[in-house]
Ligand binder design. Structure first.
Ligand code: NAD
Length: 363
């Protein structure tokens, strides 16, 4: 299948993931979180860096801390079950950290799947849920199959609908995961926007041009300048796969926003002043409809069949969903996580402001 991904260390300094995780946990403790909450947030963020999604990693720390000090995310909140019919559960996150709300909700979902076979769980009013694939992965490790639809109400509205020219939707990720019989889970984790906003932030930090045809400027014209995305009037991200991604994003709003009570995209919603993630998760025991043995065998066969397609180009690879992230994790666990200088300076400034000593966490 794939080849190993090696980061280009000239672009960023490699840092030791365990040391960075301790530093980030200390920052969140100093920002008012309990020790357990601080560790949960730090683990999730550094894990995103480990799998290569730097846009959902430690680059977020300074914003999260700023939101906490402005009361936009509330430390030490837990997933509150507000409706429960056994196999359909509604959880309110009460604007707590998404890393905690997501983890508690997924653990409840896993427990219920073991009892009922298939269960849907809706989360509304959560803080940023981070890398959504982490939730599918957590369930797959419990041998549960799942799909997740996410929207952002409030200030995550960044994406133009297909054919439109301004921000009406959010990056609205969809994730899905399955256990495999003898290997790691297979996890799809994708924004329905061509590029995640965090990646635009990262590219701006590194002074890189954006990929062509991913962003339009405030006048609706295509641009590769990350600064124009943040200009006034602001630019917008385009949906993935043109009209098809735009349609998928619309239904993320329906399923994660309207259905959960967390609000579909709406700049005038009661939560429009803060970043709120809502998520609908639907989860299955592999034996819900057929035997677990059939399911596991068929998934193994499918993975071999699809992954075995000869690469289109010499030296290329045919990857399964989540395979790139697995390869990146292997490499970064060994070599460290690359952190660009802007991200590091922001992290260090946040730590210093909170009285947390900063070491360089060099790998
Ligand atoms: P991406 O484009 O890097 O990857 C999308 C999917 O494609 C992944 O499952 C990946 O394994 C797969 N993939 C990548 N390269 C492949 C290849 N060559 N062949 C086959 N499959 C391949 O991800 P993204 O869409 O930029 O999303 C980045 C992260 O941002 C995700 O973790 C997502 O959950 C997160 N996100 C979160 C929010 C939020 O509101 N919390 C919003 C948007 C995005």
């Amino acid at each position: 299948m794939g080849k190993t991904v090696v980061d280009n260390p000239s672009k960023a300094m490699l840092r030791n993931p365990a040391q960075v995780e301790s530093l980030v946990a200390a920052i969140f403790r100093a920002a008012g979180s309990s020790g357990a909450e601080a560790r949960t947030i730090a683990e999730h963020l550094v894990d995103s860096n480990l799998v290569g999604h730097d846009s959902h990693g430690i680059v977020r720390v300074h914003k999260y801390v700023e939101w906490a000090s402005d009361g936009l995310v509330v430390p030490n909140r837990h997933a509150q079950v507000v409706r429960d019919s056994g196999s359909a559960i509604l959880v309110d996150g009460e604007f707590g950290y998404g890393q905690v709300i997501g983890r508690e909700a997924m653990d409840l979902l896993a427990e219920r799947v073991k009892k009922h076979g298939s269960v849907s769980l809706a989360i509304r009013n959560s803080g940023h849920l981070g890398r959504i694939g982490a939730w599918a992965e957590r369930l797959a490790r419990e041998r549960i199959v799942s799909v997740h639809f996410v929207n952002t109400s409030g200030f995550g509205i960044l994406v133009a609908p297909h054919g439109g020219s301004d921000r009406r939707l959010s990056a609205n990720p969809i994730a899905a995961g399955t256990p495999t019989i003898d290997g790691p889970p297979i996890v799809l984790d994708m924004a329905t926007s061509i590029i995640a906003e965090g990646k635009i932030q990262m590219m701006r930090n590194k002074g890189e041009r954006l990929p062509a045809n991913s962003v339009i400027d405030g006048s609706g014209a295509p641009t590769t300048d990350a600064n124009l995305f943040y200009a006034d009037p602001p630019g917008a991200i385009l949906p993935v796969g043109a009209h098809k991604g735009s349609g998928l994003s619309f239904f993320c709003e329906v399923l994660a926003g309207a259905l959960t009570g967390g609000f579909a995209s709406n700049p005038d919603s009661p939560t429009c002043h803060r970043l709120v993630n809502n998520m609908l998760s639907i989860a299955f025991d592999p034996s819900t409809f057929e035997s677990s043995d059939f399911f596991m065998d068929d998934v193994r066969r499918l993975a071999e069949w699809v992954g075995g397609s000869p690469p289109m180009k010499a030296g290329g690879s045919t990857l399964l969903p989540g395979e790139l992230e697995r390869q990146t994790r292997e490499s970064r666990e060994k070599h460290g996580i690359p952190v660009d200088s802007v991200t590091w300076l922001q992290l260090a400034a946040t730590a210093t402001r909170l009285g947390v000593p900063v070491s360089d966490c060099a790998q």
